[in-house]
Design a protein around this ligand. Structure first.
Ligand code: ADP
Length: 484
């Protein structure tokens, strides 16, 4: 597939099932991170387009979409999931070109999008309120109701997965969604819009407005008719979103990244841990909110883990997305500069090993070699700040107490893992870790759409994924009926 084969108009906004030219009449260039070349133009949506989209979303809530039963909503999502499955290869190629993801990873994202739609399609009619015992002469029950129009501001690193978990759950609960994809990569969001149209989703239930963050994004976050905002992205923009939402007193879900640790104890099965230790750091070229960028190792097995990880790093190959290697390029020249700046700040550290950029990778692509640093102090910038690149640091610890202290010693708390065969330690540390998710003898559990996900501290708040997300995308009404 080439971009000439696009089956939707990438230069348009998607409002009420129509492809609409942006009001600004202006467009943005989209770049292929593997080559650095412009691939096509996308709409530069503005506050006017956001207003139109919100208006149409509200109209959908007041008409067709708002009148559907939960089961009927679920059927639309299931149908969309089925269409995504039929188009997995096409979507994967699109995402590879747009985001620079190796094909296998892009394919996994497309399959995950289908899974989210299947999961939320099946869950739509299984969310219900409860009855509450109260005073004699009363019947009290609760209703779970949609917020109304929901805003979804998403980044470029996992567009399909984030659309699935956020828009999927919002639609399942009967909200009408306005999605603002990232300006760096938004083709899969537009493809998703077309899939919704093909599935017959009532007009206005889903609207997609591409554009710049400070224009379309800011307009969506501040729109007074938007009743919930879900945001995935940087800490700095997350704070702006929460501030904008506060001015309208609407709830937000913020998923802002992390500095996630894996704790390797002396009794761990190191060979089973190894693929997780490395992959969790270099998957999507480290541009993953839940990337594991800190590997904490008990000093008695430190050298063994270091040698084995270094061996894997030396075998890592980085190149164009279509070559489907271990890692692709970073998303942009800006991101490459950021990662290089971090590497420069690690000039005082020892590099244990690096992967290789293949020799025929286009010189204008945004490539960076995966880098493993060892014997890093837990307070070093590279052990404290989110890099969003393929960089991991190894930190030695003496005992459980120090392991927890280091693991909890950043401003983030998204994901953590414990590698140990000691059941009591597993349970004790799982409670002590300040983290939205804790994995024991694995990491990330393959993404699991069923598993509630979100952070503490600067990693954000609110939970997406799993059943929990459905509560976040709904509001609870208590009805207290007196019998006479
Ligand atoms: P990253 O640094 O990973 O690119 P950002 O937080 O900058 O992440 O962007 C994530 C999403 O937030 C993108 O869709 C972007 O357009 C949007 N965004 C950026 N700035 C703003 C803003 N001021 N208001 C609303 N959305 C924004």
């Amino acid at each position: 597939m080439t971009l000439n084969d696009l089956w939707f108009d990438a230069t348009c906004c998607f409002i009420a099932n129509e492809w609409v030219t942006p009001d600004s009449g202006r467009f943005l260039d989209l770049h292929n991170p593997s080559t650095g070349l412009a691939i096509c133009q996308i709409a530069r949506g503005s506050a006017t387009d956001i207003n139109r989209a919100v208006e149409q979303a509200q109209k959908a809530l007041d008409s067709d979409w708002g009148r559907l039963s939960a089961a009927e909503r679920g059927r639309f999502l299931s149908r969309m999931g089925q269409l995504v499955r039929e188009k997995v290869d096409t979507l994967a190629r699109l995402e590879s070109i747009d985001v620079g993801k190796p094909l296998t990873q892009a394919r996994a994202d497309a399959v995950a999008l289908a899974r989210y739609l299947e999961f939320y399609g099946g869950a739509a009619d299984k969310v219900h309120g409860s009855t509450i015992p109260y005073l004699e002469g009363y019947t009290v029950y609760t209703l779970r109701e949609p917020h109304g129009v929901t805003g979804h501001i998403i980044p470029w690193n996992y567009p399909m997965q984030i659309i699935g978990r956020s828009v999927g759950a919002a639609l399942a609960m009967g909200n009408a969604a306005v999605l603002k994809p990232a300006e760096e990569a938004c083709l899969s969001a537009l493809a998703f819009a077309d899939i919704a149209r093909e599935a017959g989703l009532p007009a206005g239930a889903l609207n997609v407005i591409p554009g710049l963050g400070q224009e379309a994004g800011a307009a969506l976050a501040a729109h007074p008719a938007v009743r919930h905002i879900s945001f995935t992205g940087s800490v700095s923009v997350g704070k702006l979103i929460q501030t904008a939402a506060a001015s309208n007193a609407v709830p937000v879900t913020l998923e802002l990244g992390g500095k996630s640790p894996q704790l390797v104890f002396a009794d761990a099965n190191i060979d089973s841990a190894l693929p997780f230790l490395v992959n969790a750091g270099i998957q999507n070229t480290g541009q993953t909110c839940s990337a594991s960028s800190r590997i904490l190792v008990h000093r008695t097995v430190y050298d063994e883990v270091l040698d084995k990880m270094a061996e894997r790093y030396c075998a890592l190959r980085v190149g164009p997305a279509m070559n489907d290697l271990d890692a692709g390029p970073l998303i942009s020249a800006r991101q490459k500069t950021t990662v290089h700046e971090f590497l420069a700040r690690g000039a005082d550290l020892h590099i244990a090993a690096q992967g290789k950029i293949i020799s025929d990778a286009p010189s204008a692509g945004y490539y960076v070699a995966p880098t493993l640093f060892d014997q890093v102090d837990s307070q070093h910038t590279l052990a404290q700040e989110e890099i969003f690149g393929p960089v991991q640091v190894l930190i030695a610890f003496e005992d459980d107490e120090q392991a927890i202290q280091i693991a909890n010693g950043t401003n983030y708390g998204l994901v953590a893992s414990i590698w140990s065969r000691d059941g009591a330690r597993q349970m004790r540390l799982a409670k002590q870790l300040r983290s939205g998710q804790v994995f024991i003898n694995n990491y990330g559990a393959g993404g699991g759409v069923e598993l509630p996900f979100g952070g503490t501290g600067l990693s954000g708040h609110g939970r997406e994924k799993g059943f929990e997300a459905l509560y976040g995308f709904s509001s609870l009404k208590t009805v207290a009926a007196k019998h006479d």
